[in-house]
Write a new protein. Structure first.
Length: 389
């Protein structure tokens, strides 16, 4: 068995890496520790890199298509991990889940249609409906026992008159695992009120023990009938730069409509390296993934212990899936501007601004990326504690 080293420090500056090289443009400094963009600072898996090297030995990079082996690896992964029994006919390649959600809005809704989200949520869920001329409807989540929970009374009221619900499953930020009972309740409400559901399950593979991810379309016949599910190896295996995702639709009529639209748009071609990397990841990734998940779980436990012992005023929603945590600094009594100043200019740490996840209600909140060597995490936490002391 190969032992993978997630403690390794890898220099990413100067590689056109958005997480590191965009710091001056986004935060005004280039000397920050970036714990914002949701990719990991771990080396991409050796079996993925070797598959890419082998493909490069054939020095013609012409038009390509997904191979039989790609579809076999993808369908086997979905079946084994999520009980999604599918074939390549019920799947469609897409060049990224954000793009897939945008395509869904353009294909299946009209300008002015109401689109429901639960906040705080991944910023593109807010920006895509707004920028495409749809009407955004927000149902705020509650915090119960240190985790996000849906306010179903509010959710059901807000769902009235909506055309589509964008579900983050697991939820981003903080990787809340919704579970089958919650997803069934969502499905019942959306079915009764006539909503389509787009389930973004990009963090499904990053579910931390003892939690279990449940794919939305599997919880009921209604959920399967009215949903589109997006999944990807990109976060799981740290290959987001290759733009490799899939859409699963069980309903044949919905599938024909959406997949036909995608084919007319010409987005199914993908690129050689997206297909090659995904095939290798799904075919050979089990051991690497298990080791990486154990490392992420320990990082989350490290964060929880540090906050409890050194910064008890910080309220945290810890990840049940993913490497993303949600930190609430409101008990420090500082304004959003003061908190940002201390984090950026004193602690020298770049976190995601909570206001981008749903507005001023989250002005004292920040999202932290734990997908880094533990030494980097501890160093950043110590600097944050000193800046707020």
């Amino acid at each position: 068995m190969t032992h993978y080293n997630f403690d390794e420090i890898i220099e990413r500056r100067g590689t056109d890496c958005f997480k590191w090289d965009a710091l001056p443009a986004m935060y005004g400094h280039d000397d920050l520790t970036p714990m914002w963009v949701a990719d990991m600072d771990f080396r991409s898996p050796d079996f993925v890199m070797e598959a890419l090297r082998r493909r490069c030995e054939h020095e013609v990079l012409g038009y390509t298509m997904p191979s039989k082996a790609y579809w076999q690896a993808t369908t086997a992964w979905l079946d084994k991990h999520y009980y999604i029994q599918t074939t390549k006919e019920t799947l469609h390649f897409i060049p990224g889940i954000v793009a897939g959600i945008a395509y869904t809005l353009l294909c299946l809704t009209q300008p002015g249609d109401r689109v429901l989200v639960t906040t705080p949520v991944y910023p593109p869920f807010l920006n895509l409906p707004r920028e495409s001329g749809r009407t955004l409807v927000c149902s705020p989540l509650k915090i119960e026992n240190g985790r996000f929970a849906i306010d179903f009374d509010d959710f059901a009221r807000k769902a009235e008159g909506c055309k589509l619900f964008i579900l983050s499953n697991p939820h981003n930020p903080a990787g809340t695992v919704w579970g089958e009972a919650v997803l069934r309740r969502i499905a019942d409400i959306c079915e009764n009120k006539g909503l389509l559901v787009v389930s973004d399950e990009i963090h499904a593979d990053l579910t931390l023990s003892p939690h279990r991810h449940v794919s939305y379309s599997t919880v009921s016949e209604a959920a399967a009938r009215h949903s589109l599910t997006f999944m990807a190896p990109s976060k799981t295996f740290n290959i987001a730069g290759l733009g490799s995702s899939v859409c699963h639709i069980a309903n044949p009529e919905l599938r024909k409509r959406f997949f036909g639209w995608l084919d007319a748009l010409g987005v199914a071609g993908g690129n050689i390296f997206a297909f090659t990397a995904a095939e290798a990841a799904f075919a050979h990734g089990e051991e690497w993934l298990q080791q990486m998940l154990e490392y992420l779980k320990t990082n989350a436990e490290t964060l929880a212990t540090f906050l409890k012992e050194q910064m008890p005023r910080v309220k945290v929603v810890l990840p049940e899936a993913s490497y993303l945590a949600w930190l609430d600094f409101s008990d420090y009594g500082l304004s959003h501007k003061e908190l940002s100043d201390r984090l950026i200019n004193r602690a020298k740490v770049a976190l995601n601004d909570g206001t981008t996840f749903g507005g001023d209600a989250y002005a004292c909140c920040f999202r932290m990326n734990l997908g880094c060597p533990r030494s980097v995490l501890l160093d950043a936490l110590q600097r944050i504690e000193a800046a707020l002391r």
